[in-house]
Write a protein that binds this ligand. Sequence first.
Ligand code: NAD
Length: 337
Amino acid sequence: SSASTPIRATLFPGDGIGPEIAESVKQVFQAAEVPIEWEEHYVGTEIDPRTQSFLTWESLESVRRNRVGLKGPMATPIGKGHRSLNLTLRKELNLYANVRPCYSLPGYKTRYDNVDLITIRENTEGEYSGLEHQVVRGVVESLKIITRQASLRVAEYAFHYAKAHGRERVSAIHKANIMQKTDGLFLKCCREVAEKYPEIQYEEVVIDNCCMMLVKNPALFDVLVMPNLYGDIISDLCAGLIGGLGLTPSCNIGEGGIALAEAVHGSAPDIAGKNLANPTALLLSSVTMLRHLDLHDKAESIQNAILNTIAEGKYRTADLGGSSKTTEFTKAIIDHL
Ligand code: NAD
């Protein structure tokens, strides 16, 4: 209610379509009377020596202080001497798990009607860190680092999530038959954690078989937990099952309970500034942020308004085959609140 003190949250509108879809979130939150006060931070135009990136120290401090935030897509700046924006956020805020819920949207027809799964991706190590170098000309090497600490941490989060959200099963996705040491250690850690959660079923699925099963019958899966690079690939595959990147939300979980929600997609420079972007992915990300804050009523009413607008089919953005502008679609959601 308006009488209670608002919760402060950091907002990075980001680049490209970012400011347009962030505006949509701000308007929907206002209409739904969500008790959140945004602290807005933009990516800088110069490298901040304190972060060695275009992200300012103040913006990182804002997330550390608020412990919760929403991030629009950030374009990767070209040139040397700075760290990637997303990598800076992940490292500086210790965002160790990336959670991507993926479920069929009623009324928006894809090949499947019954997708309802969660991918949980280890976010800090593995091949994805890009620790690569040239040994000699024509021979390069990439280091795949897997640690017990990071594997236990993400496995613990996956089982905690499954229990907290009434899920039945956790599947660890791996290639330990070939990557025996690295994926082997990841699996060993998942098994250790599984023993502490006897009420949650646990299984191990080899990644190639997992891909086949996912496209054949995605209802076979519930919560999936996996190392970084596999998570990068599988979660986009899952987005494709339900209609694409304009729809799928995610949330990054950091140490000490930090949550930074973000859409999975990038800054979409091809449609930026044209009022064409689909704000659904960022809106649903903001819903995961509200759930993290235990604002379940607000989360539920916003999520229903989005789903009902899409199901009704009158207002849809171009990526979903419609002709609505971002602002028209946003207004339709507000009307459904
Ligand atoms: P992209 O996701 O920006 O775009 C891929 C395609 O999907 C484009 O055709 C785009 O128009 C469409 N699309 C994406 N989001 C949409 C939306 N909400 N509504 C409608 N259509 C949408 O991927 P890209 O072109 O490879 O990357 C562009 C930039 O974004 C790059 O600089 C990249 O580094 C950055 N990026 C950032 C993030 C992030 O911040 N998390 C993630 C991916 C890419």
